[in-house]
Ligand binder design. Structure first.
Ligand SMILES: Cc1cc2nc3c(=O)[nH]c(=O)nc-3n(C[C@H](O)[C@H](O)[C@H](O)COP(=O)(O)OP(=O)(O)OC[C@H]3O[C@@H](n4cnc5c(N)ncnc54)[C@H](O)[C@@H]3O)c2cc1C
Length: 266
């Protein structure tokens, strides 16, 4: 039998971090609470990843955006969890839950038992292969959902010779990602199927204000279409993005934003 806790939070995102703060305020004993997360770091504020993390100068890095920075609280660093007797089981994927026995089975084969389970598995980015798009193994295709994705995007931005990026998706994260790329002196073309950016939230008038502002910074918009595939060059990087409207975008880093997201799963 593996470790046993009174409370287990499954998932190590912002919900888990703020829940841990609330548990500690209400008074739990040392060793009663555990957070299990697939990510290798303590819960952090994901919004930083499309903002301060991508800045070329003085970029945000952990521990500056561990959870509770937004609530004017002490930041919940690994040290904070240790001091409060909360166990962090990181880099650990839970494969299945046996709710009758009150146990979780991890990918490494450990069984962790609980009295009360809080499921906070959040969301994950949908991958374009799930929509039947080909050519996705290229090293310069980046998603933006977690710290590993953002770290990868920074590396690609710094090493790309072409300085041209395609941002796929015109929601919040796509817009923020495009702004960060421009700040990093990379030419940006945004591609999305809707008639205007932020279509789920903005009226056409507000969108056109933002699009004009982005255009004044050099961003190009291709609207009302989606990509059909990626074409890689001999070094394995995406070099061409064909679109359904027969346009071809060349010499690129492709950033796929995580507006396409689905619930976390085991
Ligand atoms: C780049 C970006 C920018 C954003 N900007 C904003 C913003 O400006 N404002 C705003 O309000 N929102 C923003 N959001 C959305 C916000 O970050 C999410 O709403 C928030 O992260 C949800 O928190 P959560 O804890 O519910 O889930 P998540 O953050 O998705 O965390 C879930 C955690 O559970 C883990 N997990 C999932 N399944 C398992 C498993 N089987 N085993 C172990 N661990 C598992 C995951 O690895 C992850 O660590 C942004 C999101 C992104 C990606």
């Amino acid at each position: 039998m593996g470790r046993a806790f009174v409370y287990v939070i499954l998932g190590g995102g912002v919900a888990a971090g703020y829940a841990a703060l609330e548990f500690s305020r209400r008074g739990i004993s040392r060793g009663e609470l555990c957070i299990i997360s697939e990510e290798p770091v303590a819960p952090y504020e994901r919004p930083a990843l499309s903002k301060g993390f991508l800045l070329p100068e003085a970029p945000a890095r952990l521990p500056s955006f561990h959870t509770c920075v937004g609530a004017n609280e002490e930041r919940l660093t690994p040290k904070w969890y240790k001091e409060h007797g909360i166990e962090l089981v990181l880099g650990t994927r839970v494969k299945s839950a046996d709710v009758k026995r009150k146990t979780l089975l991890t990918a490494t084969g450990e069984t962790i038992s609980y009295k009360i389970l809080i499921i906070a598995t959040g969301a994950r980015a949908l991958k374009l292969e799930e929509f039947g798009v080909n050519g996705l193994d290229a090293e310069n295709i980046c998603y933006l959902r977690d710290l590993a994705d953002a770290t990868r995007l920074v590396g690609v931005m710094q090493s790309c010779a072409e300085k041209n990026a395609v941002v796929i998706g015109g929601g919040y994260i796509g817009m923020e990602c495009a702004a960060s790329l421009v700040i990093n002196k990379i030419n940006v073309t945004m591609v999305f199927p809707e008639a205007h950016c932020m279509a789920r939230l903005f009226t056409p008038k507000i969108s056109s204000y933002y699009e004009d502002f982005y255009k004044s910074k050099g961003v190009k918009f291709i609207k009302g279409t989606v990509l059909s595939s990626f074409e890689n060059d001999s070094s394995g990087k995406v070099s061409i993005v064909p679109l359904h409207n027969a346009t071809f975008l060349e010499g690129i880093i492709a950033c796929v934003n995580s507006r396409l997201e689905t619930g976390g799963e085991m």
